[in-house]
Design a protein around this ligand. Structure first.
Ligand SMILES: [Zn+2]
Length: 502
């Protein structure tokens, strides 16, 4: 050993000894690296977050848990990066990280849709309790599709519909069949699916179910309860307005859905007074300007009557099939006048850039508009100038990682564009889009992605969670209250998780 050491000294000489006295001094090269690292970190979206000692402690523990999970998966030869969410779901659910994330306060869910918030199995079991609920069990035709659910009065049931409860009782296998017809799963990452066609069929199958007033009330109560269980304190729903109906009264005016939702909230507040809700009036990208102008008029009317419930306006649907946002220039130009007429503002919360193509320029179209947040923004990374503008405008991008994988925009979640946005200082929040259609509830699965695939630390996690309140459409007073609650929940989570992981 000694001999080896002497050879070493004779080969490399005295500098080794000189260097020993100056261990703390960095070479110019090392200083450069340190500076680069600091400069990159300063550009990131979470640069302003300073962690407490307790949070740093939690961060170290979560880092170890992730490391262990990755090495266990490696040892078991689990293909983490080339498997779909559906394939990995049981593994995610059994992971320690998921267990921790389930208890983490999530703040708000800023991007979800009225047709996708409640568990599909619950929908089936609840719908069958109504003797007036029927299911279409024939091949698709122009009017109805297989698995479509609806309520009918006795004697007025269209051909092809069969009583849901009778069908499920006589054919127990049908429950699973119907569940599959109501959920969209990407079974693996390499087989062909026409995602949007299949996706829209899922919504069509429940579209006659949701406006039935008694069912509507149960659906939202269950949806809010699920969110609360998943530690979500605030939700903003892209809401498609439809006239509610029942067989005693027929159709109700549009605003009944809002007053009913207010009643449901009152019920929820008995046990969870912190829970808050906003609705973003949503219409469709495939409509024309005349139609959108009518929709805007209605949205403004509703906003005037329910200023605390309606927060904005959006257009949904497959961006590759619908009109681009600048197609509606004429409609957007009318908004100032409408604002004056109704005495309220109706900001936009547009879906834009849910695409991997540079030919889709929706993300450019939203910059000059009064657009508060962006839904998806996947192809924003291909327009660097626009990305910089959106960062400077401080507009948040609502990211829905699992939705993006299931609808075929991203396969290997390590390559999700949000990672580029976050490191470039674009503010984001984590969302679930249409969890019930994707076969899950809550936000923990999407947060799991940020841990395993995006390698985010507690600093980033905290920023994402707090962004969901800071960039919500709540007013200043509501926000202040929500932040006080979230802060307290967050500190509690950090402390309890640290104790548990000791
Ligand atoms: Zn969406």
């Amino acid at each position: 050993m000694m001999k080896k050491y002497l050879i070493y000294i004779s080969l490399f000489g005295a500098p080794l000894f000189w260097g020993q006295g100056k261990v703390s001094e960095k070479t110019a090269y090392q200083q450069n690296l340190t500076l680069s690292e600091a400069e990159n970190a300063a550009m990131a979206f979470d640069a302003d977050i300073k962690l407490s000692d307790e949070e740093i402690n939690l961060d170290k523990k979560l880092f170890q848990i992730r490391k262990q999970f990755l090495s266990d998966s490696e040892a078991k030869k689990i293909s983490l990066y080339n498997s779909s969410f559906n394939e990995l779901k049981p593994l995610i659910e059994s992971s320690k990280l998921f267990e921790i994330l389930q208890t983490m306060p999530k703040g708000g869910l800023l991007h979800t849709h009225s047709g996708g918030i409640t568990d599909v199995r619950w929908i089936i079991s609840t719908a069958r309790k109504y003797p007036e609920c029927y299911v279409y069990d024939q091949k698709d035709n122009d009017q109805f599709i297989s698995g479509q659910l609806a309520f009918f009065e006795k004697g007025k049931v269209p051909n092809g519909f069969i009583n849901l409860d009778k069908k499920l009782t006589s054919n127990p296998g049908f429950e699973k069949e119907l569940e599959d017809l109501l959920t969209l799963k990407r079974d693996n990452l390499c087989s062909y699916t026409n995602y949007w066609i299949e996706f829209e069929k899922r919504f069509k199958r429940i579209s006659l179910l949701l406006p039935y007033r008694p069912f509507f009330k149960e659906y939202y109560l269950k949806g809010f309860q699920d969110l609360i269980k998943g530690k979500v304190q605030h939700v903003e729903i892209r809401y498609i307005f439809d006239e509610l109906y029942d067989f005693q009264h027929g159709k109700y005016p549009l605003k009944t859905s809002i007053t009913d939702l207010q009643d449901i909230l009152k019920k929820v507040h008995q046990s969870d007074p912190q829970f808050t809700l906003k609705l973003i009036y949503s219409s469709f990208k495939f409509l024309d300007n005349d139609n959108i102008e009518k929709q805007l008029e209605t949205a403004f009317e509703m906003k005037k009557e329910f200023p605390d419930m309606i927060s904005g306006f959006d257009l949904v649907a497959d961006e590759a099939a619908g009109h681009h946002i600048s197609f509606f220039e004429k409609s957007w130009a009318k908004m100032k006048g409408l604002s004056k007429k109704y005495g309220v503002e109706l900001p936009l919360f547009l879906h834009a850039g849910e695409s991997t193509s540079i030919l889709n320029k929706n993300i450019l179209d939203v910059v000059p508009l009064n657009n508060k947040r962006i839904g998806h923004g996947l192809n924003l990374i291909y327009f660097p100038k626009t990305m910089e503008q959106i960062r400077k405008q401080d507009k948040l991008v609502e990211v829905s990682p699992l939705s993006n994988q299931i609808l075929g925009y991203v396969s290997d979640l390590r390559n999700h564009p949000a990672r580029v946005l976050l490191s470039n200082g674009v503010q984001c929040s984590i969302n679930s889009d249409d969890p019930s259609v994707y076969g899950y509830t809550g936000l923990s699965y999407d947060f799991w992605v940020t841990q395993i695939y995006w390698e985010l630390d507690v600093k980033a996690l905290k920023k994402l969670v707090f962004n969901s309140i800071n960039y919500s459409s709540m007013n200043d007073g509501e926000k202040k209250k929500a932040l006080t609650y979230l802060n307290q929940q967050w500190n509690d989570f950090v402390q309890k998780t640290n104790q548990k992981l000791n």
